[in-house]
Design a protein around this ligand. Structure first.
Ligand SMILES: *Cc1c(COP(=O)(O)O)cnc(C)c1O
Length: 384
């Protein structure tokens, strides 16, 4: 089976993890601050806080921005459930903004309309979470202008987008957001097995997220509520979690970071090849916004509706020919959990229509040309 996504682990990666295993610290050692520095320097953000998943990063990011009961968090329906669940973890309410039919990212037009209504009803969001779907940045300039006008905070869910650029600047510099989150799950651009990071330019937000990942505990006298009692002393000043990344994971991340640009470049070659091989087939290939240099986490195509062949049939035939296609994403509001909360299937029609035709073709940095031809031939056969 050719999977839709897959990690690339080299001997250097293995050696760097083994080095940690043989060292004094297998967690909370020197690899973590080194990884955080590598990420923040790469992205051009001041601070990076490494945690055990992007889900945890989204959770502590929401808490750091003060999200709580009575507040609203808005995100895209075309995402993994974690982008929305983080709001619920904080006791807030979650709503969605439909997507743009070309980029599959949160539609700025839909956001403008929804903000106008929400303002009249007194239900403006506290946080908006734009998701850089497939690695392509959202229209952050426009979303930031709306944040300034309506007073909401922005967390970029850039789980797909490390190594990508927006307006020639790295995604994660937080020029248009308060916090940006990356995921290092094995199917993502680089991996730490499980892992995530939150980057920010705000010192206070960084300090809160650092505490929340480790039980709400600080060892920094500056943040304590009374005098330091001695060198052993720490204080729990919030209710936090154990969301820490291990040194083994950070060592893997440090080693993977060396190849980040290479990975994204090879994804671009794969994209170019798909684009030309698929030209004469009844599929809509992913449109690339010139404002963005995508990290190309995914290569989602839509089977043209009027071609007479159902998406499910194409999907089943590809799977049966050993092509591990997938679908990104089942719109979050259609999940039973969210349906029970009152969402209707047709609440976000663009996301739903996109989902019904979507198939993600294999896309990972080490996908070979022969494998790609195999994918395209199987797709061609299915569509003929
Ligand atoms: C993978 C992913 C997440 C969750 O990442 P984990 O590191 O697995 O917690 C969140 N949002 C999006 C868009 C993702 O693709």
């Amino acid at each position: 089976m050719i999977p839709y996504g897959k990690q690339d682990i080299t001997q250097e990666d293995i050696d760097s993890v083994v080095d940690v295993l043989k060292s004094e610290f297998i967690t909370q050692g020197p690899a973590i601050p080194r990884f955080e520095k590598a990420i923040s320097e790469y992205c051009g953000a001041e601070y990076a806080v490494a945690v055990n998943s992007a889900t945890s990063a989204l959770h502590v990011a929401c808490l750091a921005l003060g999200l709580g009961p009575g507040d609203w968090l808005w995100t895209s329906p075309n995402t993994f459930v974690a982008s929305a669940n983080c709001g619920l973890y904080c006791g807030a309410k979650v709503d969605f903004v439909d997507i743009d039919e070309r980029t599959y990212n949160m539609s700025v037009d839909a956001l403008v309309l929804k903000l106008k209504t929400a303002e009249q009803e007194g239900k403006l969001p506290k946080i908006v979470v734009p998701v850089h779907f497939a690695g392509q940045s959202c229209d952050m300039k426009a979303i930031k202008q709306l944040a300034d006008k309506y007073g909401f905070k922005i967390i970029e869910d850039a789980s797909h987008a490390i190594g990508g650029k927006y307006l020639d600047q790295p995604v994660g510099n937080c020029n248009y957001s308060d916090i940006t989150v990356f995921s290092f799950h094995p199917v993502k651009i680089i991996t730490t097995a499980e892992g995530g990071v939150a980057v920010t330019n705000d010192e206070v937000l960084a300090a809160i997220m650092q505490r929340l990942r480790t039980h709400g505990i600080t060892r920094d006298a500056e943040y304590m509520e009374s005098e330091l009692e001695g060198p052993w002393y720490y204080q729990q000043i919030e209710l936090g979690f154990n969301y820490r990344m291990t040194d083994m994971q950070a060592a893997l991340g440090n080693s993977q970071m060396q190849r980040l640009d290479q990975y994204v470049a090879s994804r671009h070659l794969i994209q170019d090849r798909y684009d030309s091989l698929l030209e004469d087939l009844p599929v809509i290939t992913p449109w690339q916004n010139p404002d963005s240099y995508s990290a190309l986490h995914l290569y989602p195509v839509q089977i043209e509706k009027n071609c007479g062949i159902a998406r499910k049939q194409v999907f089943d035939e590809l799977r049966n020919s050993g092509i591990g296609v997938n679908v990104h994403y089942i719109p979050v509001h259609t999940q039973p959990y969210y349906q029970k909360a009152g969402f209707r299937l047709d609440d976000f029609p663009v996301a739903l229509a996109y989902y019904q035709q979507a198939i993600s073709l294999p896309m990972f940095s080490k996908l070979k040309e022969e494998e790609q031809l195999e994918v395209v031939n199987a797709l061609r056969k299915s569509l003929s």
